[in-house]
Design a protein around this ligand. Structure first.
Ligand SMILES: Cc1cc2nc3c(=O)[nH]c(=O)nc-3n(C[C@H](O)[C@H](O)[C@H](O)COP(=O)(O)O)c2cc1C
Length: 168
C-alpha cells in the first residue's frame, strides 16, 4: 500500500475552540469538513489525548476559526504544538466567545463556524465530532490557508497527534 497517496488529500487549516465550565481552549486542526447542507453540518477529527477533546466531550460545542493564508506560523504552531494544559494559547490574540460560549480567534482568521455536537464517532486514537451549525460569521476578506500551502510555502510541520501525520 502506497500511503504517500494520502498526501494528495486537500485540507484547510482551522483553530478549533471549545470550553469546559468557564475555561476555554483551542487547537489547530486540518480535518474540518462540511458534511451536509440542510441543515448545515460540519465535522472535525480530534485526538483523544488533547485537552480540546476533553472540552468538546464535556460541553458538546466547538468552533472552527478559518485561518488566513497570511497568518503567522506562530499562530498555527502555538495552537498546534502546545497543550492548553500548559499554556493559555489565546493570550496575545484577539478573540471572542461565540453564542455557545466557545472561543473564536479574530486575529489572522477570515471567519468562523460554531456548532453543537449531534454525534461522535470513535475512530480509535481520535473521535470525529459531528456538529450542527448554530452560527457562522465572516471576519475579513482574504485567501484561506490550505494544509498544502502551510507545508510547501510556509514550511510548517505537523505533530503526531494530527490524524494526517506522516513519518518523513
Ligand atoms: C498543521 C496542524 C494540523 C493539525 N491537525 C489536527 C487535527 O486535525 N486533529 C487533531 O486532533 N490534532 C491536530 N493537530 C495537533 C493539535 O493541534 C495538537 O495536538 C495540540 O497541541 C492539541 O492541543 P490541546 O491539548 O490544547 O487540545 C494539528 C497540528 C498542526 C500543527
Amino acid at each position: 500500500m502506497d500511503t504517500k497517496v494520502l498526501y494528495l488529500i486537500s485540507y484547510g487549516l482551522y483553530i478549533i475552540g471549545s470550553k469546559k465550565g468557564d475555561e476555554i481552549n483551542g487547537q489547530t486542526a486540518n480535518t474540518v469538513i462540511q458534511v451536509s447542507s440542510e441543515p448545515p453540518i460540519i465535522s472535525v477529527c480530534i485526538n483523544k489525548n488533547n485537552l480540546t477533546h476533553e472540552f468538546i466531550k464535556d460541553s458538546g460545542v466547538f468552533t472552527a476559526s478559518i485561518v488566513a493564508q497570511d497568518a503567522p506560523l506562530k499562530l498555527i504552531g502555538g495552537f498546534g504544538f502546545k497543550s492548553g494544559r500548559e499554556v493559555n494559547k489565546f493570550e496575545g490574540y484577539k478573540y471572542k466567545k461565540g453564542e455557545t460560549g466557545a472561543p473564536v480567534v479574530l486575529d489572522h482568521c477570515l471567519g468562523y463556524l460554531e456548532a453543537k455536537v449531534i454525534k461522535s464517532v470513535d475512530v480509535g486514537t481520535h473521535t470525529i465530532f459531528i456538529g450542527e451549525l448554530v452560527a457562522a460569521e465572516s471576519i475579513k476578506e482574504g485567501e484561506p490557508m490550505t494544509y498544502a500551502y502551510y507545508h510547501l510555502v510556509k514550511r510548517g510541520t505537523t505533530p503526531k497527534t494530527a490524524p494526517s501525520y506522516h513519518k518523513e
